[in-house]
Design a protein around this ligand. Structure first.
Ligand SMILES: [Zn+2]
Length: 658
């Protein structure tokens, strides 16, 4: 499988960042991806919407599939129950690859006429249906499913045992079953009956309602999904799986099964971070609202495609790396419960899942793990080309672009977190996940934006315009000066910016500016609206450094400022004043000078010499601890401090109050 370039590309579908940073798999993945791109990925089926039938809404599917591995054959019967959403329905179209042969279609009155073509078939109904009526069509078909996109449907083997799995995202459902392939039109429920040879166990969506041993030695597994589901998330995986079960106890009296189908050899080879699944379920339930499919299950089925895929309630995965497991689990909220309404909006699935890898790490290991992970993603996000909104969704290479959809998507949420603040951001995520307009349905960027705006009360048009529909990232440059003022220091920062892409020349953004002096610092957030904009602040200490976006809240680069030298000598008022026990004394030198800074008492007696020597140009700060030259504490009272530098001399007064 991995010798086929296109199939190696699946790694990016669900690639854990951990895996990305592991040299071997990363190189392997990148090589595969490059090969895929260079070979020119085959065009996938046309983008959804231009084929699937707009006249019906399928409410329910029942799949009865018989899988014969040798020779490979799928024999199926799919019953679709649909509501007519338009008037005068005479025909119904389903998506189905022409590599599958339709034998017959049954309707209410018996066998119906149909015609099959490249990507589907059209059924002549026995009469005209009106809007609001329901109909049920049973399609009997067979064939060897084609493998488009990331593979769609695979007859394979492991250790000589048949190994069959699916991965339909984005357009592959039609490769193995007749459906209405439209993310924005989910079925309410699905029953999957899979018949496999003796010794195989088949996993799928929802709960295992029944297992039946057939007289011919085969076994039929009946899986029942009672939550709405997009057709690309309908899945199956079968081999001689071992089972590792666990429980997610989500209240003192309630628990949900965690069901893992792993290869028998994985029991000895190890299953990585699989045991962390229940911690992840708890953490994401806290962050986004209770796990969406709580009445059913969550789990994994091991498949051989190289990465992982968030099949609803049962992720298919090759490895059990921590970031892979958390990524796919997060998709259960963002991808499965709320599905991107169209493929150009895929960042609503993938950006959310990569960002959630960071969220899990933050809650499980601490803020440092979040920061390390999101900054790891940053380098990929820098390399994103085009807009986050993907215009060309016709190949997996352009649609599942890691830099663009995954990394920059994650960074868009990371930046939104700063724009909204932690509280409003996570309230927005929970509100989005519970919004009846989107929950168990689908969403667009505008839908997500509307939730964030109503929760935060902020107009976020600029943000989504820049980061979803704009290109590149901001490049900042800046200059700063500080001058002593009454009671502190005036800091002036001039912030310039240009976009890395001409398509988006300027990013309006809140920008953190941090002023630092020794171990002290203060951070101010400004809203940057124009290049060359100047901001002034009053701070109690003279900064030795000013930093732009020091915590990397923005996908940006920053050019360090040229050193700006003071224009004249100055001695600042001490801070704090009055003071006890110590205070800070600052002064500015326009060029290198021989300096003396001395403390006197009111009688003019020298108490302490704080500095005597040559200093470089710049602003300098020294602390006086209220002691004399021998280190003894001096009494309360007024003191004077005098700076001499060349011909310059100035004296100021300070008050020690013990
Ligand atoms: Zn993903």
């Amino acid at each position: 499988m991995t010798t086929r370039p296109l199939l190696t590309a699946v790694l990016t579908l669900a690639l854990s960042l951990q895996a990305l940073t592991q040299t071997a798999s990363r190189d392997f993945e990148k090589a595969g991806w490059r090969a895929c791109k260079e070979a020119g990925a085959p065009r996938m089926a046309q983008e959804r919407g231009d084929f699937s039938d707009p006249g019906i809404h399928v409410t329910y599917y029942r799949l009865r599939l018989t899988l014969s591995p040798s020779p490979a054959l799928l024999t199926g019967d799919v019953s679709a129950k649909a509501a007519c959403v338009a008037d005068s329905i005479r025909t119904v179209q389903f998506d189905l690859s022409g590599s599958m042969t339709v034998d017959s279609v049954l309707g209410a009155g018996g066998s119906l006429r149909f015609s099959q073509f490249l990507q589907g078939f059209q059924v002549q109904l026995e009469r005209t249906y009106r809007k609001g009526e329901t109909l049920t069509l049973d399609t009997y078909y067979r064939g060897v499913p084609g493998a488009t996109g990331f593979g769609s449907f695979m007859f394979s083997s492991q250790n000589g045992v048949p190994w069959i799995w699916t991965l339909s995202e984005p357009y592959g459902a039609r490769d193995w079953w007749p459906c209405k392939d439209d993310n924005s039109d989910k079925a309410d429920s699905v029953d999957m009956f899979v018949t496999v040879p003796a010794g195989l166990k088949a996993g799928s969506n929802g709960t295992l309602a029944d297992t039946q041993a057939n007289v011919d030695g085969t076994t039929t597994f009946h899986w029942s999904e009672r939550y709405p589901i997009a057709v690309y998330l309908v899945s199956l995986a079968a081999t001689n799986y071992a089972e590792i079960d666990d429980w997610f106890r989500y209240s003192p009296s309630d628990s949900m099964p965690i069901v893992n189908y792993v290869l028998p050899q994985s029991l000895s080879d190890g299953v990585g971070a699989l045991a962390e699944t229940k911690s992840m379920l708890r953490i994401f339930s806290d962050a986004y609202g209770l796990y969406p499919f709580i009445k059913e299950k969550y789990g994994h089925a091991q498949f051989g495609l190289g990465g992982a895929m968030e099949h609803q309630t049962m992720t298919s995965t090759t490895n059990f790396a921590e970031n892979t497991i958390s990524h796919e689990l997060a998709h259960q909220w963002f991808g499965d419960m709320i599905t991107c309404a169209n493929w150009p909006s895929l960042w609503l699935n993938e950006g959310f899942a990569v960002f959630s890898e960071s969220v899990f790490l933050e809650k499980y290991y601490g803020p440092g793990a979040y920061k390390a992970h999101i900054e790891d993603v940053m380098s990929a996000a820098f390399n994103a080309t085009g807009t986050l909104y993907v215009q060309d969704t016709s190949t997996v290479a352009t649609l599942f672009d890691f830099n663009r959809v995954y990394a920059k998507g994650a960074w868009t949420l990371h930046m939104l977190r700063h724009v909204l603040g932690d509280s409003a951001f996570f309230r927005s995520m929970r509100a989005y996940a519970s919004d009846p307009r989107f929950r168990f349905k689908s969403a667009t960027t505008e839908g997500f934006r509307s939730v964030c705006e109503s929760v935060s009360g902020k107009d976020l048009g600029y943000f989504f315009d820049e980061w979803v529909y704009g290109e590149g990232y901001p490049r900042y440059g800046y200059r700063w000066t500080s001058t002593p003022t009454t009671g502190g220091y005036g800091v002036t920062v001039t912030l310039s910016q240009s976009g890395s892409s001409a398509a988006t020349p300027f990013f309006r953004m809140p920008v953190d500016i941090r002023m630092v002096a020794g171990t002290r610092d203060t951070t101010v957030t400004v809203f940057h609206t124009a290049t060359g904009e100047t901001f002034t602040f009053q701070v109690p200490f003279p900064p030795s450094d000013v930093q732009i976006d020091p915590d990397k809240r923005i996908l940006r680069d920053v050019t360090p400022p040229d050193a700006i030298l003071p224009e004249s000598y100055a001695l600042a008022q001490n801070y704090p004043n009055p003071f006890n026990p110590g205070t800070w004394l600052s002064f500015s030198l326009p060029h290198r000078s021989d300096v003396t800074l001395t403390v006197y008492d009111p009688l003019g007696r020298e108490i302490a010499v704080l500095i005597r020597g040559q200093l470089e140009a710049g602003t300098h700060t020294v602390r006086w601890g209220g002691t004399d030259a021998r280190g003894y504490l001096v009494a309360s009272g007024t003191y004077f401090y005098r700076l001499t530098a060349g011909t310059y001399g100035e004296t100021r007064k300070m008050m020690l109050v013990r």
